[in-house]
Design a protein around this ligand. Sequence first.
Ligand code: MTE
Ligand code: MO
Length: 353
Amino acid sequence: MTSPPTTGPLTFDELGLATRNRGMPLEALRYDRTPTGLHYLLIHFDIPELDPDAYRLEVGGNVERPLSLSLDDLLARPARTLPVTMECAGNGRALLSPRPVSQPWLTEAVGTAEWTGVPLAEVLSEAGPRPGTLEVVFTGADHGVQGGVEHDYARSLPVEEAMRPEVLLAHGMNGRPLEPQHGAPVRLVVPGWYGMASVKWLTRIEAVTAPFDGYQQVGTYRYRRDEEDPGEPVTRIRVRALMAPPGFPDFLTRRRIVDAGPVLLRGRAWGGEAEVVRVEVGVDGAWEEAELGPPLGPFAWRAWSYRWEAEPGEHVLACRAADAAGNAQPLEPPWNHGGFGNNAVQRVPVTVR
Ligand SMILES: Nc1nc2c(c(=O)[nH]1)N[C@H]1C(S)=C(S)[C@@H](COP(=O)(O)O)O[C@H]1N2
Ligand SMILES: [Mo]
């Protein structure tokens, strides 16, 4: 079923996942809005074949008025566009030791797109959840086996989260119709939550009166100590900053090479729990305050920059963010059995010549 965490070399299975699911090259941190072709991808099974002309979104379960909506029905409704930073909960997993065997992300599983869609709350209100509704379950058209369990990809949200005005039934990304790999024709976008909540290829929305126990809800996406531990659910994005690697890279090791003198270090910081209020840059362990740019929106990253006087020699650069709720990034990775929420500070070794 699932392999135990390992300290061994990367497996062929992990390589297979890594070549299907690309990360955002970190130089793309330069863009406010990540071009669609540079946005990260995470696809558990296969990209399903969905004909937009035959597409229906069924809204049912514990509701007064079940709905069946075509893509045209959704496109005809007033839409909202929001920049949203999405990050995979497994980002940083391959940096853990022992390493949970799954999609082996380093730090690139992030991107910020402008998502366009119909507020979920409007469609839900129209269907009218009946008293006793606890959660709303979102099911995708993709199907597979994970952890020995065959299922359609499905996740739930507590009803209060589902009713947040910024949760979208998205049919557009960066001003264009959704592309197949990002959930066409319609996906959920849950700003502030790790990516697993934003169900792609959405075909069914169901109001339920008991906690959803599908595989993607209870079998994974939990902060667990070990296999036996039921753990706590993975929800909102932990605060994090990343740096666009300075200078130029060595092809194989990606080690950075920089000329001595002033270097403008730049990056982005985000988090789903509260607003980012501080970013610091570390040079060989000494931390200094970075300058923050304006947030792009309440659910999107903000730019930061720092002027570094690079002196010849070997150096390690780092960056770390903190939010308004007092959350800060740890220096060492927070370990858990699935390798989720690793927001440890990024370290970038640099040779200055
Ligand atoms: N139906 C479905 N939705 C899904 C997934 C999936 O495999 N199937 N992956 C989830 C995960 S884990 C992440 S991180 C995001 C990734 O969205 P993106 O590929 O558009 O960046 O989609 C989420 N929605
Ligand atoms: Mo993910």
